[in-house]
Ligand binder design. Structure first.
Ligand SMILES: Cc1cc2nc3c(=O)[nH]c(=O)nc-3n(C[C@H](O)[C@H](O)[C@H](O)COP(=O)(O)O)c2cc1C
Length: 175
């Protein structure tokens, strides 16, 4: 199996992160891989907000926890020090597909560098709220952007679980 296929198959969601910040080179390489994902008609509808600021990271976690309905003190980002938020421009018909593919690139690039990752949901609700809109405003991001997902990043504090067996009939061959 070549290295790319190995990465695609061995990537697993990380649910226990060390607090240590990942290296800047690693973060930049992961972000770059995200920006090179395919997009409908090449329109590059997504944007990625890379959050390494602890205060904002904790505020996003708290907002996400409330949306998810978890009890106080739960961190939906499992202690990850970095949150990459992927949003995509609603004006582009393929924006959800585009943003999802960016998420995939980010997670697979992280795996290739030995950085743990996981997709954390509820970005849509987060960026429909005043909380999210304020983040976009402060960054000068104009337009109508939909939250697609958060890619939480960091070094794994525990080994990931084995993958679930692949379901039967995942693939249908037509020869
Ligand atoms: C669209 C999407 C949303 C997800 N949201 C969450 C989430 O909010 N919290 C979480 O712990 N895992 C979340 N996950 C991770 C999945 O639970 C995980 O990918 C799945 O269990 C398969 O495990 P694997 O990633 O290790 O292969 C999400 C994954 C996807 C693709």
């Amino acid at each position: 199996m070549n290295e790319t296929l190995k990465v695609l198959e061995t990537r697993r969601s990380c649910r226990s992160f060390k607090p240590d910040m990942i290296k800047k080179e690693e973060l930049d390489a992961i972000l770059r891989a995200g920006t090179y994902s395919a997009t409908g008609m090449g329109k590059q509808s997504p944007v990625i907000i890379a959050v390494t600021n602890k205060e904002l990271r904790d505020a996003i976690s708290e907002e996400n926890r409330k949306i998810g309905g978890w009890p106080e003190g739960f961190d939906p980002f499992y202690g990850a020090p970095v949150i990459l938020i992927v949003l995509a421009d609603k004006a582009v018909r393929t924006h959800i597909y585009d943003g999802s593919l960016v998420m995939g690139n980010l997670m697979n690039a992280a795996e290739s560098l030995g950085v743990g990752s996981i997709w954390i949901h509820r970005a849509k609700e987060e960026f429909e709220s005043e909380f999210g809109k304020e983040i976009l405003k402060k960054l000068g991001i104009e337009g109508d952007f939909e939250g697609i997902g958060h890619c939480a990043l960091g070094y794994a504090a525990a080994p990931a679980k084995d993958p679930a067996p692949r379901k039967e009939n995942y693939v249908y061959y037509v020869d």
